[in-house]
Every structure is written in structure tokens, then in C-alpha cells.
Design a protein around this ligand. Structure first.
Ligand SMILES: Nc1nc2c(ncn2[C@@H]2O[C@H](COP(=O)(O)OP(=O)(O)O)[C@@H](O)[C@H]2O)c(=O)[nH]1
Ligand SMILES: [Mg+2]
Length: 454
């Protein structure tokens, strides 16, 4: 997929900021750099991880810029190859011109993820760690960041490797007993084998379970705000995100579509969904379609906020709204009941099941936000020491789990050849996560999601 013999070059920084970073990696890094970066002593006897202040000069020897330059000697670099990193002034002209000089001197423009790909094939990191580099760059919250950094530090790899080793040990133990040449070995102890296999199953299951349970870390907690028209849904959404996003109006039925807004609440990524109001007699088809989308939003939500206007008398539409929520909410979703417009004159009886908020004064909005995120901390931080966030890992673990379950079945039937077969298949899935057996097209699809220069 990538030619790994070339020396590659790329810009590694973005258009903003004062410093532009150019990276060079491959066997010719020092030879090529010598032609452009002066004086050349840094590349005659390169020292690893050493910084130099050098001149970038063009083909005519004209000064382009002065730059900090770091030399790395294989294998002590990000890619495992000889590398040079140049920190120059981030003018579009300078970085473009410098790149061109490197390319004219024999380097090739790197493709997306090519530096990380080289790190992977040179054994600097396994595939799950390389994937985490991307997660790290795109992480938006502290929680996402800490999961990604754990993956990069290899905590997930250690877990997968441990499981892999346990499977290998088991296979060896069975095979040696199936082989007639080792007659002196005692017979297979089915109970012991079952327990050991079960232990592997539990370890895989815990990892794969973490994917769905921690899904909100990556995709956000989905919060649907539901209520009758005019109950203050859009105003509540605005007051949570702190600026006007949804159109508010005192004409009932203005929000006819669901409006989604990302927000960080108490450090959690959330997706707030402002829904069309529920009422018995919808005016037209557009409003009916809006209601259908409201139902869909309730079905997909992790948290449903039911909003009821404290300044309005109890009415039939509210009863319908509650009923629709109860009929459609996910079994493990959270329902938070809220009285809105608490600054207005109360027409509803006090109810301890309701939080009273005012979008107008901000009263109790923080309390509501705490209620939204309550339980999520505990849910992941204590139950899982390692969390799967990659769809690819999840799939591999699910298939492995299936194979382990089959092995357990076959142990019961004392069909040990088949036990080994399923264990081998589970083993292959573990190796797939680490990238040991991953096919080129899968590798390509992973690395092409990286930015150029990473
Ligand atoms: N006094 C007061 N009025 C509010 C409050 N929240 C919303 N409103 C008003 O109630 C009306 C309906 O609000 P809106 O957010 O559009 O309701 P939605 O139809 O449920 O989205 C608007 O006139 C808002 O200004 C509040 O907390 N206090
Ligand atoms: Mg609205």
C-alpha cells in the first residue's frame, strides 16, 4: 500500500500558529537534509534527539529562513527510521518552498498516516496503538483523551496480549495431550479446561461490553428534550448551551423538526435534541412528521427530559406526552421530569419528582445538568479499567467471544479437536486487533483516516 523504501517528507503543522513543522523520515533523511540545511555538520555525524539552529537555503544558496532542526537516529524516532524535524516560521511561502526543496532533493511527499504506518511496520507500536493516535488527535473531552492516551501507552495492547497468551497456553495444553507420542501425559481435565476457557471468555466479554456501555464517550450522551408545544423546550436547550441556537417563539408548534446541538456538560460530550412539541391535534402534515421524529428521538435517547410548563394548568396534551415517552423510552434510559418557567406564577402542584427550572433566570439549570450526567462517571470509571472505542476492535472481540463460547460447548462434548479449532480462531481475532494478521486493505482504510504528516 505504501512504498516504505522512500524517504518521505510532509508538513506536520496546520495553517494557524507561528511555527511550521516539516518532518522527514527514511534512510536518506540526513543526505537530503544536507543539501538544504546549513551548515551540514548536524548531518555528518548525526546525534539522536539533538536540536540545531540551522539555515534553510534554496537551490542558489539563498537564505529562506532560520529553523530549529532536530535529528533522530533509527530506531530512536517516531517512525523507527532516521528522521529530521524542522521548525521554521509558518509562512505559507516558507513552508511550501521548503517542502519543494526537500522533494526536489529526493524526498517524496508523504501520504495520510504514512509516518504512523512506518511506526507500525517497524514495530514502534501495534495497530491498536496507531489507531489511538488518531483518537488522541480528535479527542474533545478529558475522558476521551484519557482513553486514547491509555491506548497509546499500550494498556489495551497489554490486555489483548494477555488474553492471547492465555489462549496459546490452553491450545498447547490440549494439543500435547491429543498427541499420542506423549503417552505419559495425564488426560485432559475437562473441568479445569472449562474454567480456564470461561476465564478467557469473561475477560473478552468485559472488553467488548465496554464498547456499548462507553459508547457515549465517543458519540455523546443523547439527551432528548420532550414536552407539549410552548413548554419551553427550545429555551431550555438554549440556556444549557448558553447561546441562542433554536428559534423560540410564543406561537405553539414553531419547532417542527428536531434540532440537535452538541454541548459539553460537566465534561461529558452530549447531544441535546430539541424536539417538536407533542399535542393531540397536530395542525398539518409537517407537524405530524415532526412528532414522528420526536418519537424517534425518544427511542434513541440515553436521557429524556420531560418538560412541563409550571404556569400552565394540567391538560390532556401533557398526559399524551407522558404516555408517548413511557411507551418509547429505552429500558435503560433515564427520565428526568422538569417543571419549566419556575419564575412564573405556579398553576401546578408541587411534586418532588420534578425539578423546577427557569430558562429565563437560569434557576436550577446547573442542578438539571448534574442530573443529566449523574451515574455516567461511575458507570465507566470503576467497571472498566480498559475501554474499547473502536468499531473494528469491537467486531473482532465479538467474533472471538462467539468462538470461545463454541469452545466451551465443545469442551462439554469432549470434542477437543474442535475446541482447539475455535480457540485458534479466537487467537486470530486477538492478533487482528494488534495488527499481526490484518489485511492490507484494512490497514489502508485505517491509516488513510490520519492526517498527512502524522
Ligand atoms: N418566563 C419564562 N418564560 C419562558 C421560559 N422558558 C420559555 N419561556 C417562554 O415560553 C415561550 C415558549 O418557549 P419555547 O422555548 O419556544 O417553547 P417550546 O415550544 O417548547 O420550544 C416563549 O415565549 C419563551 O420566551 C422561562 O423559563 N420563563
Ligand atoms: Mg421549540
Amino acid at each position: 500500500m505504501y512504498n516504505v523504501d522512500d524517504t518521505i517528507v510532509s508538513l506536520a503543522s496546520g495553517p494557524l500558529g507561528a511555527i511550521g513543522i516539516i518532518r522527514l523520515s527514511g534512510g536518506e533523511s540526513f543526505q537530503i537534509s544536507k543539501k538544504i540545511l546549513k551548515p551540514t555538520y548536524a548531518f555528518e555525524k548525526p546525534v539522536s534527539n539533538r536540536a540545531y539552529l540551522l539555515k534553510i537555503v534554496d537551490e542558489n544558496g539563498k537564505l529562506l529562513d532560520r529553523a530549529m532542526v532536530i535529528t533522530y537516529i533509527s530506531p530512536k524516532s517516531y517512525t523507527g527510521e532516521d528522521m529530521v524535524e524542522i521548525f521554521c516560521h509558518n509562512s505559507p511561502y516558507i513552508v511550501k518552498k521548503a517542502l519543494k526543496l526537500f522533494i526536489n532533493s529526493g524526498a517524496r511527499q508523504a501520504r495520510e498516516g504514512e509516518f504512523s504506518f512506518r511506526a507500525f511496520i517497524n514495530g514502534k507500536m501495534d495497530l491498536s496503538q496507531a489507531e489511538a493516535v488518531n483518537e488522541l488527535i480528535s479527542s474533545e473531552t478529558e475522558r476521551e483523551h484519557s482513553i486514547a492516551i491509555n491506548h497509546i501507552e499500550g494498556k489495551l495492547s497489554v490486555k489483548i496480549n494477555d488474553i492471547k497468551q492465555s489462549i496459546i497456553d490452553l491450545i498447547a495444553e490440549i494439543e500435547v495431550r491429543l498427541d499420542d507420542t506423549y503417552e505419559e501425559m495425564d488426560d485432559i481435565n475437562a473441568d479445569k479446561l472449562f474454567l480456564a476457557t470461561e476465564d478467557i471468555r469473561n475477560r473478552i466479554k468485559k472488553l467488548s461490553d465496554s464498547f456499548s456501555k462507553a459508547n457515549f464517550v465517543k458519540n455523546g450522551i443523547k439527551v432528548a428534550i420532550v414536552g407539549t408545544p410552548n413548554s419551553g423546550k427550545s429555551s431550555l436547550l438554549n440556556s444549557i448551551i448558553g447561546y441562542e441556537r433554536a428559534i423560540t417563539s410564543d406561537i405553539p408548534g414553531t419547532t417542527r423538526d428536531t434540532v440537535e446541538e452538541k454541548a459539553h456538560i460537566n465534561g461529558f460530550k452530549t447531544l441535546l435534541i430539541d424536539t417538536a412539541g407533542i399535542r393531540e391535534h397536530s395542525a398539518d402534515d409537517i407537524e405530524k412528521e415532526g412528532m414522528r421524529r420526536t418519537v424517534k428521538a425518544i427511542r434513541e435517547a440515553d436521557v429524556v427530559i420531560y418538560l412541563s410548563d409550571i404556569s400552565a394548568c394540567d391538560n390532556n396534551d401533557e398526559k399524551i406526552a407522558i404516555k408517548i415517552i413511557e411507551d418509547n423510552i429505552k429500558p435503560d434510559a433515564k427520565l428526568i421530569k422538569v417543571f419549566s418557567k419556575s419564575d412564573l406564577k405556579r398553576k401546578k402542584e408541587k411534586d418532588e419528582n420534578y425539578i423546577e427550572v427557569s430558562a429565563k433566570t437560569g434557576d436550577n439549570i446547573q442542578m438539571l445538568m448534574d442530573e443529566i450526567t449523574k451515574g455516567y462517571e461511575k458507570g465507566i470509571d470503576t467497571a472498566y479499567d480498559e475501554i474499547i472505542t473502536s468499531e473494528r476492535h469491537y467486531r473482532a472481540l465479538s467474533i472471538a467471544l462467539n468462538d470461545i463460547n463454541m469452545s466451551l460447548q465443545k469442551i462439554k462434548n469432549k470434542e477437543y479437536e474442535l475446541v482447539v479449532e475455535h480457540l485458534r480462531s479466537a487467537l486470530a481475532d486477538m492478533e487482528d486487533i494488534l495488527g499481526k494478521t490484518t489485511s492490507d486493505d484494512v490497514l489502508e482504510s485505517i491509516f488513510k483516516n490520519f492526517c498527512v504528516g502524522k
